[in-house]
Design a protein around this ligand. Structure first.
Ligand code: MG
Length: 391
């Protein structure tokens, strides 16, 4: 098996959304396609991925370093020596040769997105959905079984101004679509107005445990503690990213003062960053961990983070990959994690899971298509297949 071609493209994601810190008017994403020399059902096997959502495109390092290294890699850098199967984490090790340690965000997204595209190809070569390939490779008992896994709707952005009627329509839409748990953005308004917004959302949900808040790194220490104190009576599902992801001291203080769960991890880009967060940040017993597979070197690194988290008292059931896309859904299922996020109706072609996945009673069914299954997300698949893969 050989990689015969790989290419990337930057796309604009036109989203008129705002969280507590940023608006998404300039947002971009990188899409990649990797072609193998193998054929299944008369079609060339290719892998596709994109760099999740919320960080800008990462095509520069891909074009200049990582795609040339991937194309130059000998088979021994790509294939498991025992099984002869495509081995994406092995490929990552080859891509990282001649890369200095540290400064992970400079490359983790480029490498992670390529790794996910390689996993898409690897599962297609095996003729099964990616979560089954991952469950077998990582030896997670029962994770390869077809089933439905917990899934919550992430949304509730300030759009760009707070529009309460729109927020309530959005949440009702999620409930009507089969979701039970919802996450909304927080910290983007003065505290009293934000609390009023939270109470509006709660009016549609059965109880506080159905609602999570995402503060998108909005606060310094004093504000974070005041906010946590103010929302404590609601008994919410979790408070996500109350402060900068590297402000371990504030994170820890919030997790000690706030009686509920604190969430974070989408802005950690390596196992080293995750381990420091777990060592010095929020108490493990109070944490929901949410790394993003393509943003942080891919599934191989994600699995290492899962093992590190267990040592720090965070079980797999309290790890929920960030991203709200099919890639994260497969990682959540294949590694036996606590569930997944979804962005139904947001971010255009990049949002949602496509037509194979059913949402019912707060759970998402798993795709049956080989690979990640972007083929069943037609608008996005058209974007992938427009890449000049046979150039
Ligand atoms: Mg978040």
């Amino acid at each position: 098996m050989k990689i015969v071609h790989a290419c990337e493209q930057t796309l604009r994601i036109d989203a008129k959304l705002r969280n507590a810190r940023v608006d998404f008017s300039e947002m971009t994403a990188t899409i990649v396609a990797i072609a193998t020399d193998q054929f299944r059902d008369g079609r060339r096997v290719a892998g596709y991925a994109f760099n999740s959502f919320g960080r800008y495109a990462c095509g520069g390092p891909m074009r200049e370093r990582f795609i040339p290294r991937l194309l130059a890699a000998p088979p021994s850098d790509l294939l498991d020596p025992d099984s002869g199967r495509l081995d994406p984490p092995r490929a990552v090790a080859a891509l990282l040769r001649r890369e200095k340690a540290g400064a992970h965000a400079e490359r983790s997204m480029a490498v992670g997105t390529l790794e996910l595209a390689l996993w898409d190809a690897a599962a297609k070569l095996e003729g099964r959905p990616l979560y089954q390939t991952l469950a077998e490779r990582y030896g997670v008992a029962g994770a390869g079984e077809p089933r439905a896994i917990p899934c919550y709707a992430g949304g509730g952005f300030y759009k760009p101004a707070d529009d309460r009627a729109l927020l309530l329509r959005e949440i009702q839409g999620y409930l009507d679509a089969g979701y039970r748990d919802v996450k909304i953005k927080a910290g983007g308004l003065p505290l009293a107005e934000d609390l009023d917004r939270i109470e509006s959302a709660l009016s549609l949900l059965q109880n506080g445990s159905r609602l999570a808040l995402d503060a998108s790194c909005a606060f310094g220490r004093d504000e974070a503690l005041a906010y946590a104190r103010a929302i404590a009576p609601y008994g919410l599902r979790w408070l996500e990213e109350p402060c900068d992801p590297a402000d371990f001291e504030t994170y820890r203080a919030v997790s000690q003062a706030y009686p509920g769960l604190v969430a974070g991890g989408e802005n950690l880009y390596s196992k080293e960053e995750a381990e420091n967060f777990l060592r010095y940040g929020p108490a493990g017993a109070r944490l929901i961990l949410q790394p993003d597979p393509p943003l942080a070197y891919g599934v191989g690194e994600f699995h290492r983070i899962v093992r590190i988290a267990a040592r720090h008292g965070v079980p797999a059931a309290r790890i929920m990959p960030h991203g709200g896309n099919l890639m994260s859904l497969h990682v959540a299922a294949g590694l036996g994690l606590g569930g997944a996020e979804s962005y139904p109706g947001l971010f255009g072609a990049f949002g949602g899971f496509g037509r194979e996945v059913r949402i019912q009673e707060g759970r998402a069914s798993l795709p049956a298509s080989p690979g990640i299954g972007f083929e069943e997300q037609p608008e996005l698949y058209r974007i992938f297949t427009a890449l000049p893969l046979n150039a």
